[in-house]
Design a binder for this molecule. Structure first.
Ligand SMILES: *Cc1c(COP(=O)(O)O)cnc(C)c1O
Length: 510
């Protein structure tokens, strides 16, 4: 029996669509540089920053967009952002090496926000170069102040990161409900007094410039509540003699990966049916992505990224700023504007939306022999090279046939190649000698059976997917990364590390 294809086709905007349309170019890159290969479009990251900026303008807000560097290791993306308006675009670094990288790519310290877990070296370099330290706790403020004093560093700008935002007590409830999920980062709002005391104690070495949060959720309500709470806490800070000016609402604006809402609906419905056993499995060995069958009822929550998102990225920021705030009623944008607060955002995934893709060569296509006309497709990459599963992101790759091997031309086959050129269900497996090395546990439908030599393009992988989990297990090569630009209508590429935001690189004169 053959399944009706359950596609989850990717959302592809014009710059990436144009690149995907140039299959010979992409094949030639992989021929030269090997599989896997990451391809980035640095121009798109600047366009995305501009989209975030236009939301600021619409709401008459000042402040900066800080790129959360951890989403991608690329130099090209960071250098392209360094070339943007310094007043508008900064960078959020979460390690000593990310800070060094940002500085070497052209960001001056005053455009840098240091977040995440910090060691003494990270704090020293941040303070030395005039970066803003987004402090996680009282202990971190103590450590930073000690370093500033000991090494006679300039008084350092700090934001304090808050967590544990609470809702109002439920009417008739048992007490206060904590609305934002527990986080290992930040200082609970309930302990804010200890922060103020520490800031007063260290007034000679650190200066409070704002309040921050980063909530790892897509929930608008939760974020809106936190934003409003920060505005109220800013008043409290002013009453205590501080002069903070910015509210930093972190990242988490999200990306829509799947183009079609209907495909996403159909797939998630089919997953539930497969878990119940009323349709054939959709996944390797019946994996349920967190769902399970308990006596004929689907239980559990699917651990999946909401891959189709009607509102994401700058649109999500716009919705957050426009919607009424839960307590004060007015929109968060109005609250910020009335108080003359700057708005800081730290988008990672959303700022690199549509900025790149990951390519893998098809190495082997083997019938699964399960009577369902399915295939194992082995790729020249492993699950670390395109960590879609790790992030629960489900989206189809795009098949780029080897030139001259289009199915329509009926080219020479060796008799062992699949004859059927209709849609086909495949399991994508990686190049490691490991049962668990599946690119995705999902059965993927492709419009036709791939052949060795074809490429699969995983689209929109720049956010966390292309290099966050890359490793050297079994000495398999990890992907090289190239930057692709267009000049005078011609497509050009260079290694990521050779990209600089100049029109004529390599010293060529105009
Ligand atoms: C990871 C992170 C971000 C970016 O989150 P996205 O979901 O990629 O937008 C921003 N700020 C902080 C503090 C983070 O840890």
């Amino acid at each position: 029996m053959k399944d009706a294809p359950l596609y989850l086709r990717p959302r592809v905007d014009p710059p990436l669509a144009s690149l995907l349309g140039d299959a010979p170019f992409l094949h030639s890159l992989v021929d030269a540089l090997g599989s896997p290969l990451n391809v980035l479009l640095p121009e798109v990251v600047a366009e995305n920053a501009e989209r975030f900026r236009s939301v600021y303008r619409r709401h008459h807000l000042a402040g900066r967009v800080y790129f959360a560097h951890k989403a991608n290791r690329s130099s090209a993306l960071v250098r392209r952002l360094a070339a943007c308006d310094p007043a508008a675009v900064g960078i959020d670094v979460a390690s000593l090496e990310e800070l060094r990288h940002a500085l070497s790519c052209g960001f001056t310290g005053d455009r840098v926000m240091a977040t995440g877990p910090k060691d003494a070296e990270f704090l020293w370099l941040a303070a030395r170069t005039g970066a803003t330290v987004n402090a996680d706790s009282v202990a971190e403020l103590d450590q930073l102040a000690a370093i500033v004093r000991q090494y006679a560093l300039p008084r350092t700008d700090v934001l304090v990161r808050l967590s544990g935002f609470e809702s109002d007590p439920e009417p008739g409830g048992t007490g206060t409900r904590v609305l934002s999920r527990r986080s290992r980062f930040g200082t609970p709002v309930a302990e804010a007094d200890r922060l103020w005391t520490a800031l007063e104690r260290h007034a000679d070495s650190v200066q409070l410039v704002g309040l921050a949060y980063h909530l790892d959720t897509t929930g608008l309500e939760e974020k809106s509540r936190a934003l409003e709470r920060c505005v109220l806490l800013m008043d409290e800070c002013r009453a205590r003699g501080f002069a903070p000016r910015a509210v930093d609402i972190g990242g988490g604006f999200g990306v829509g990966y799947v183009q079609d809402a209907g495909e996403w609906e159909r797939w998630t419905t089919a997953l539930s049916e497969a878990v119940l056993g009323t349709r054939p499995p959709l996944t390797w060995r019946g994996h349920g992505y967190g769902l399970r069958n308990e006596a004929g009822t689907v239980r559990g929550a699917a651990a999946l990224y909401p891959a189709h998102r009607p509102t994401a990225g700058p649109g999500y920021l716009d919705a957050l700023l426009s919607g009424p705030a839960p307590v004060l009623g007015r929109s968060p944008a109005t609250l910020l504007l009335e108080h003359l607060h700057d708005l800081y955002v730290e988008p990672g995934r959303a700022l690199v939306d549509q900025c790149g893709l990951s390519l893998a060569r098809v190495l082997e296509v083997r019938p699964l022999g399960d009577g369902a006309d399915r295939y194992l497709v082995r790729l020249g990459m492993n699950a670390g090279d395109v960590s879609l599963e790790e992030h629960g992101v489900l989206v189809d790759p795009v098949l780029l046939p080897r030139e001259g091997r289009e199915p329509a031309d009926g080219g020479p086959g060796d008799g062992r190649e699949p004859a059927d050129d209709g849609p086909v269900g495949v399991h994508l497996v990686g190049n490691l000698c490991l049962e668990a090395d599946l690119i995705t546990r999902r059965l993927v439908f492709l419009p036709r059976t791939p052949r060795p030599g074809d490429l699969l393009a995983f689209v929109n992988t720049a956010g966390y997917v292309m290099d966050f989990h890359a490793h050297h297990a079994q000495r398999q090569p990890s992907a090289r990364t190239v930057a692709v630009t267009e000049e005078d209508g011609a497509r050009r590429w260079c290694p990521d590390e050779n990209y600089w935001p100049l029109t004529h690189p390599q010293g060529a004169s105009a």
